[in-house]
Design a protein around this ligand. Structure first.
Ligand code: PHE
Ligand code: ZN
Length: 847
């Protein structure tokens, strides 16, 4: 056998894509499971497509035997590195047989085959299959699978249909990243579903014994998702069984393996006593997301990892549509935009900015980002706006027909819409290539009966990209008269050049409602008059813009309070109070309208406006604003809260959740006034986790010293609830105490950094939940995070690299804080033996 040295930290480029010379059409796998010495036998049916050696991927595999067409392979016919196996002079068509040994118990990276609380499970996206056996571990190689799982574990699952105990056949060709295996002592909640084609499907949600009472909502969400995808996209399910498995140790949210979705247990298990309304909403949307991948991701997959947004952006868009249908358009859309701005706009404004379709990467796991997922979904939404709902349906239908069974590209996707609708999407395609959030400047004039809107777009420079071209921006807008009546219903103006304008003949200046429904992921710069904004807040028929008007008014106040020490004026406080008490408005909407922009949102906006954000000042100003609102509502608060009571059995549906959300906001205001008296009563009376967490957070904010212990005593048996306990304490600590508390909690017997949920709860409690604490001017927050990143990187690089993004805003801050953060980033980057994941992240952040 010849030897070669692998190349570390190599950059992979989209432009270098080349098809494989030899492909694999069928994979037969046989597993003999053992924690330290699992044997994997593989038979790959291979066929030559072009000239060249066959280079298979494999990592941390002990090769026991290798043969072609049953004949052991001579040492000069192949070579190996740490990451590859190359076959020389492979015949035109042959069967490659290998046997390897792996140690799932030692796999703490949670990629490949690993163990979680005694059960075996796999995670193969993006490149985990190569840690199981030698194979062409890339998405454009699609094969059918036969899998045999030996041994006597009671439950043995893989993809496709079960053909005997522990044997599975998957008839649908799939890439390696969709392979899955689960084995252990598990219990199923089962149900049935009959598809529109008449296929009878068994549905199972598998959990560890003890958790079987927590699966009902996930199962219900699955059935509603299956129905929705048939009704809205015409996509039925295609196997006789659909399995979901809950796993406690998981790096991400969930995984769409064909017929065998594997979930972080946080996104499956729920009961009213242990899960909040937000948890229920997450379970519903993630179950839907993974199920929808069966068509957008699995039946049609990605040619290469640069096309990741082809499956993720589209599938996020689909799960957002589903949640809008299930829970109400306005609240869902507002929530999605809040999330987009908090995570994606932040990413787009910093050193990690990248296009929705990147052109290069070092470690693909670092590109499961808000840009690829959430901005990717916005691109689908814009496309739908541009071609209209009918055009969108026609384009999707063509995509499913033309590309079923393919590993496709963004070009393939867009071509379907060009063919189906006749539209030229070449400028639209820039959205996939140009990073950064465009700014759209709007100005208006009214003179001699002519109302004129002027528009200008600015596409900012981002790392590696300057001097960008104008984008194709759909701007949905409407006009209102000064008294709030809509005089022009929503229309879409397409801004395709750097500047544009619109004129209207009118007798009086109208009120402009622009970017309705957030029709494009842009930052609007529009010095609209105060009275126009108040008119929109009171009357806009577009619920998103009605909320947005209130948001802009609040943000204005908070920014001026930070920069000019301005107080909070009556006009604003009265408008907020009017909304809070408006009994005709939906409680969920009122709760959203009462929420002030987050500390990070303000930091980002201040930085965008050329002001260096001071985290302590932002923290103080937000609290002052809350106190002012609370004082204005003082007399109304108790009655308002009583009106939001949801007596009777807990119902996770949107209507009651909206009431609880508003009640929680009002409790926050009341706590500003009474120091925690009402929160204590609410905590003791809570009969569901939503109310309990709201009361808990408020008691912590009020400085209560007993509730944390009480909560712990009540819930220490429940790991998912304890994740909330770790997070909330750090997030709601006084900023100066946050790092010390976080550090103390890392020594709590239940803190286990090897469990990603626990690690993230504590770390994100500080970095995202308590910005003023994380940015403690003494630098202790930065050192604390860096210490833990260096510690966890040795075993779990994926989760570590993801958490390192807490540093991505470092250039926003004052020189002292910048120095402190840079020093920690440099310390990390100078450490010997860093993972490829973390090394790429710190390199990009330091550039
Ligand atoms: N593909 C998964 C999803 O979006 C996410 C994921 C990526 C999970 C990588 C695990 C590893 O649903
Ligand atoms: Zn996905």
């Amino acid at each position: 056998m010849r030897d070669a040295t692998p190349e570390q930290n190599q950059t992979v480029y989209l432009k270098d894509y080349t098809p494989v010379p030899v492909t694999v059409s069928h994979v037969a796998l046989s597993f003999r499971l053992d924690p330290q010495a699992t044997r994997v036998s593989a038979r790959l049916t291979c066929k030559r497509k072009g000239s060249g050696d066959m280079v298979l991927d494999g990592e941390m595999l002990k090769l026991l035997s290798i043969a072609i067409d049953g004949v052991p392979l001579a040492a000069d016919r192949y070579s190996r590195t740490d990451t590859t196996l190359t076959l020389y002079d492979a015949p035109d068509s042959f069967v490659l047989e290998t046997e390897v040994e792996i140690a799932p118990e030692d796999n703490k990276a949670l990629s490949g085959l690993y163990m979680s609380k005694g059960m075996y499970c796999t995670q193969c996206e993006a490149e985990g299959f190569r840690r199981i056996t030698y194979m062409l571990d890339r998405p454009d190689v699609m094969a059918t699978y036969d899998v045999e799982i030996g041994g006597d574990l009671p439950v043995r699952l893989s993809n496709g249909n079960e053909t005997g105990p522990g044997t599975w056949h998957d008839p649908w060709p799939k890439p390696t990243y969709l392979f899955a295996l689960v084995a252990g002592d598990l219990l199923a909640t089962s149900d049935r579903f009959t598809t529109s084609e008449g296929r009878d499907v068994t549905l199972n949600v598998w959990v560890r014994p003890g958790d079987e009472g927590l699966t009902a909502f996930a199962m219900d969400s699955l059935k509603r998702s299956m129905t929705w995808d048939e009704e809205v996209y015409g996509r039925p399910y295609d196997l006789s069984v659909f399995n979901i498995v809950a796993v406690d140790d998981f790096n991400m949210g969930a995984m769409e393996n064909k017929g065998l979705n594997i979930f972080n247990s946080k996104y499956v298990l729920a009961s009213p006593a242990t899960a909040t309304d937000a948890d229920f909403a997450n379970i519903e949307s993630i179950v839907a997301h993974e199920y929808f991948h069966n068509w957008t991701g699995n039946r049609i997959t990605c040619r290469d990892w640069f096309q990741l947004c082809l499956k993720e952006g589209l599938t996020v868009f689909r799960d957002q549509q589903f949640s809008q249908d299930e829970r109400g358009f306005a609240t869902q859309r507002i929530g999605d935009v809040l999330n987009l701005r908090a995570r994606q706009f932040r990413e787009d404004a910093g050193p990690l900015a990248h296009p929705v379709r990147p052109e290069s990467f070092v470690e693909i796991n670092n590109f499961y980002t808000a840009t690829i997922y959430e901005k990717g979904a916005e691109l689908i939404g814009m496309l739908r706006t541009l071609v209209g709902p009918k055009g969108y349906d026609a384009g999707c239908a063509l995509y499913f027909e033309r590309h079923d069974g393919d590993a496709a590209t963004i070009e393939d996707w867009l071509a379907c819409f060009e063919t189906a609708t006749g539209r030229d999407l070449s400028q639209f395609k820039l959205w996939y290539a140009q990073a950064g959030t465009p700014r759209v400047q709007v100005s208006e004039t009214f003179k001699d009966g002519i109302y004129r809107i002027d528009l200008k777009q600015i596409v900012p420079d981002t790392p590696g990209q300057t001097d960008k071209c104008p984008m194709h921006i759909p701007l949905a807008f409407g006009l209102l008269s000064q008294d709030g009546t809509e005089t022009q219903a929503t229309q879409v103006h397409e801004l395709t050049t750097e500047t544009g304008s619109m004129t209207f003949e009118m007798s009086a200046k109208p009120v402009l409602s622009i970017l309705r429904g957030f029709s494009a992921p842009v930052i609007l710069e529009f010095e609209q008059t105060e009275s126009d904004r108040l008119t929109l807040l009171a009357h806009d028929s577009d619920p998103f813009n009605r909320w947005e008007a209130g948001r802009v008014l609040a943000k204005d106040r908070l920014m001026r309070a930070v920069t000019k020490d301005a107080g909070f004026d009556d006009a604003w406080l009265n408008a907020v109070a009017a909304l809070a008490t408006d009994e005709l408005a939906d409680p969920a909407f009122r709760a959203l309208a009462l929420a002030l922009p987050s500390e990070d949102d303000l930091a980002q906006s201040l930085y965008g406006a050329g002001v260096v954000p001071d985290p302590d000042r932002i923290y103080a100003v937000r609290r002052a604003a809350q106190l002012a609102i609370a004082a204005r509502l003082r007399d109304a608060l108790p009655g308002l809260r009583d009106a939001m009571a949801t007596p009777g059995n807990y119902d996770p549906k949107a209507e009651d959740a909206g009431k609880r959300a508003l009640a929680g906001r009002l409790l926050g205001l009341q706590t500003m006034l009474d120091g925690g008296v009402a929160a204590r009563t609410a905590y003791d009376a809570a009969d569901n986790m939503t109310d309990r967490m709201a009361a808990f957070a408020n008691l912590l904010e009020a400085g209560d010293t007993t509730v944390a212990k009480q909560f712990e005593n009540d819930w220490q048996h429940d790991r998912l609830v304890m994740d909330k306990w770790f997070m909330a304490q750090v997030a709601h600590a006084a900023p100066r105490d946050a790092v010390t508390l976080a550090d103390t909690l890392t020594r709590h017997p239940d803190f286990d950094a090897s469990n990603p949920n626990r690690f993230r709860s504590l770390m994100a409690g500080l970095t995202a939940g308590n910005p003023a604490g994380f940015h403690n001017p003494d630098g202790s927050g930065y050192k604390f995070l860096a210490d833990w990143l260096l510690y966890l990187d040795k075993s779990n690089p994926q989760t570590t690299a993801r958490m390192s993004t807490a540093f991505d805003g470092w250039k926003r801050y004052d020189a002292d804080r910048q120095d402190l953060m840079r020093a920690q980033l440099q310390r990390i980057s100078g450490t010997e033996g860093l993972s490829r994941d973390l090394s790429e992240m710190v390199t990009r952040m330091l550039k």
